[in-house]
Write a protein that binds this ligand. Structure first.
Ligand code: C5P
Length: 231
């Protein structure tokens, strides 16, 4: 059984507007509520730690009836995503042992499929380090010059986009994130912190539609996916 940490303390500034992207509503519920449900409805998830911005009201995260069907602990996040994940790791119950695997999943990725979570848990738990969901890069990659012109074409072979959830052992992930912070390195995902210490997490291919809500078009796409799923 596995606990999941959901960092949701970001301000979502890339989206624009006043409301952080995880609180925007789709089908009458916040993106965050959809994300929590995607995790809590999976039988492999024991409980959740929700990391909110200091002062944020927890009720905005939940379903209208306030239930998730899993224990959900709430803690305050930090200035960066890594700080928020560290806060989440510290808030895990003592019953989660140091060598136990924990998941980290973006609050703004509500379209996570159970099949992907199954694959990540099964293959990640069998790996000594852990694993992440990822998708191979399918487009041709261009490097831009300062003037917006193309400076070159980058080989896309062996390049993957890192998604979440990411699965690592509680203590190893804590140490890796602390080491990155101490070195002043801003890691953009958990795997990057592990890689810095020489670990080689496994890539588990996940669905392309486990996308992060970053633009208004992504919100419309999620509304579409949700309608397709429920009809
Ligand atoms: O900004 P980005 O899209 O990379 O954020 C990924 C996730 O990390 C989001 O769920 C966001 O709420 C969370 N985050 C956080 N604390 C921060 C910054 C981001 O929990 N200080």
């Amino acid at each position: 059984m596995t606990w999941a940490i959901v960092p949701a303390a970001g301000r979502g500034t890339r989206f624009g507007g006043d409301v952080p992207k995880q609180y925007l509503e789709v089908a009458g519920r916040s993106v965050l509520a959809h994300t929590l449900d995607a995790l809590a409805s999976h039988s492999g998830i024991t409980g959740l730690v929700l990391v909110l911005e200091e002062g944020a009201a927890p009720e905005s995260a939940f379903r209208a009836d306030g239930t998730l069907g899993r224990p959900c602990l709430i803690t305050a996040g930090g200035a960066s995503r890594a700080d928020s994940v560290l806060a989440g790791l510290a808030a895990l119950p003592d019953s989660v042992r140091a060598d136990e695997f924990v998941l980290v999943h973006d609050a703004a990725r509500p379209n996570l499929a159970h099949a992907d979570l199954d694959a990540l848990l099964e293959r990640g738990r069998a790996d000594p380090v852990g694993a992440i969901l990822a998708a191979p890069v399918r487009d041709t990659l261009k490097r831009a010059g300062d003037d917006g012109g193309i400076d070159g074409t980058e080989p896309r072979e062996r390049l993957w986009r890192a998604l979440t959830p990411q699965l690592f052992r509680r203590l190893q992930l804590t140490r890796a994130l602390e080491a990155a912070a101490a070195a002043g390195v801003a890691v953009t995902d958990e795997a990057m912190a592990m890689e810095r210490l020489g670990a080689r997490p496994l890539l588990v291919e996940g669905a392309d539609d486990n996308f992060k809500i970053t633009t208004p078009a992504d919100l419309a796409r999620f509304a579409f996916e949700l309608a397709r799923r429920t009809h």
